[in-house]
Design a protein around this ligand. Structure first.
Ligand code: PLP
Length: 492
């Protein structure tokens, strides 16, 4: 390295201007029109307070709670709020993590490390379980046993799940609700069957944990809102841990989720500690070691600001918007709701008259982002919608945009993949794709390799319309999809 190779210092105002310019191509985080990735309460004053807290504690370090007792105190309060939300009993123990994936990873890790006697521990889950559990199995060396769900309700099949349990099963994971379909699994019978065999049962309420408890008791202690929504909280015997993301429907800035175990004993194997090196003693409750206090402080401030009543109102507002949109979808020819929503998520499928990915593109031109979901195990492609409280004020506008987008997609006709290419896709070995083949596939998808003007580095330009890319991905078997997505992200 020579100093000459590094950029010069830049004045603060120039940096500020660049930050604004960089963000101009992003999806909006506020306004209620981005229906995945971000969640807007519609309360800018609370957002402002959370950002103050985030900034004030950005530099403090959750590595050592004895050095930063403020963070330990805030973590106790955030976990305490979540524990009450989830009907956790006295003696429960929780941890604030960096997000839903980390909460799920830690639930799997704790279950694995509680059974050091097993060589090849198993994790049993329905096929609708979040990808975070695939990641956990991969990272921690568990065998992931996926069990098909009921093809009409998209809910886990309790008998099939119980039949998959073996002497090597350390954990069964279920969803409340599932991300892709928005339905709650029948937790009761699955947790009971698990308890009978001394298997832990994790409920992934990452996206429902801050909503379902407020829906007239849906799935919580107070019984179900819709009679069909299964109970899922710690009120269900056999549930041993639950994850709930604060950075989703807790409406806090990114970087906060909670993992609660039914007891301190169950949490014990989640910790990792060593004093067997020359530096400081390490005790980690999470995967991170040094961790910013900012996200935790922001979550603490947000939870204090909304309190129970604030969250109850936000949950009902988002739920009402969800039901209104679901009802409107049923009135639009060419599309349908895949499963009656248990929470605030909708999966909207199209019939043959209408390409779902074109609907996504058309919505974007009208200022709305919906997330495309590829066809999976015989199920259709769909549009994913996570509805925030801030979306509620714009429901008629969204329904108009959706109707117009569906009409435009029907008029545009199907997006097809060349039959020769489609045949090739089925025969490719994802692990052995060479660079030219990969580059050819990306080009076939309309992803032009362009040079970045400022750096001269090869990169990828994303096209205006993504439908051809999604159609190509849909024609690929899932392992090849993963290879292609990795190639795209690597080139960005
Ligand atoms: C979002 C989500 C996760 C993963 O959470 P991240 O915060 O994105 O890491 C896990 N499970 C479910 C059901 C989710 O919705």
């Amino acid at each position: 390295m020579t100093l000459r190779d590094l950029p010069e210092a830049v004045a603060a105002d120039e940096v500020r201007a660049a930050l604004v310019a960089l963000g101009s191509g992003d999806l909006p985080t506020h306004g209620g029109r981005t229906l995945a990735y971000v969640y807007d309460s519609g309360h800018p004053e609370v957002d402002a307070l959370a950002r103050e807290a985030l900034a004030a504690y950005a530099g403090s370090n959750g590595l050592d709670p004895t050095a930063f007792p403020s963070l330990a105190a805030m973590e106790r309060e955030v976990v305490g709020f979540a524990a009450r939300l989830l009907d956790a009993p006295d003696g429960c123990a929780g941890t604030v993590t960096s997000g839903g994936t980390e909460s799920c990873l830690l639930a799997v890790l704790a279950a694995r490390d509680a059974r050091p006697d097993l060589d090849r521990p198993q994790l049993v889950a329905p096929t609708t379980i979040h990808a975070a559990f695939h990641k956990a199995a991969h990272l921690f060396g568990l065998e992931l046993v996926l069990v098909d769900v009921d093809p009409t309700t998209f809910r886990a099949d309790p008998a099939a799940m119980a039949a998959a349990f073996t002497d090597r099963t350390v954990l069964v994971a279920v969803s409340a609700p599932s991300y892709a379909h928005g339905v709650v699994d029948p937790v009761g019978p699955i947790a009971a069957a698990a308890a009978e065999r001394d298997i832990r049962c994790h409920v992934d309420a990452c996206i429902g944990g801050w909503v379902l408890p407020f829906l007239d008791g849906a799935g919580g202690a107070g019984g179900a809102e819709a009679a069909s929504t299964p109970a899922w909280s710690f009120a269900v015997p056999g549930v041993t841990s639950i994850s709930a993301d604060v950075h989703k429907y807790g409406y806090t800035p990114k970087g906060v989720s909670v993992l609660v175990h039914r007891s301190g004993l169950l949490r014990a194997s989640q910790f990792w500690a060593t004093a067997d090196w020359p530096g400081y003693g390490v005790v980690n409750a999470t995967l991170q070691s040094t961790k910013s206090g900012g996200p935790l402080a922001a979550a603490w401030a947000t939870i204090r600001s909304f309190g129970g009543p604030g969250y109850a109102a936000l949950a009902r507002t988002a739920r009402t918007a969800t039901l209104e949109i679901a009802a409107a979808v049923d009135g639009i020819p060419g599309i349908r709701v895949l499963a009656p929503p248990d929470s605030t998520l909708l999966a909207v499928a199209t019939d043959e008259s209408c390409d779902p990915y074109t609907v996504v593109d058309e919505l974007l031109t009208r200022g709305w982002f919906a997330q495309p979901q590829l066809p999976f195990r015989g199920g259709p492609a769909s549009l994913h919608l996570s509805l925030s409280a801030a979306t509620a004020a714009h429901v008629p506008d969204f329904v108009d945009a959706l109707r117009a987008s569906v009409e435009a997609a029907r008029a545009a006709g199907p997006v097809t993949v060349d039959p020769g290419l489609a045949g090739l896709l089925g025969s490719l070995e994802p692990a052995r794709l060479d660079e030219p083949t990969l580059a050819g596939l990306l080009a076939a998808a309309g992803l032009a390799a362009g040079a970045d003007a400022s750096t001269g580095e090869a990169g990828l330009r994303m096209p205006e319309r993504m439908a051809p890319i999604h159609a190509l991905l849909a024609a690929c078997p899932p392992p090849l999809r993963a290879t292609l997505l990795t190639a795209v992200v690597g080139r960005l």
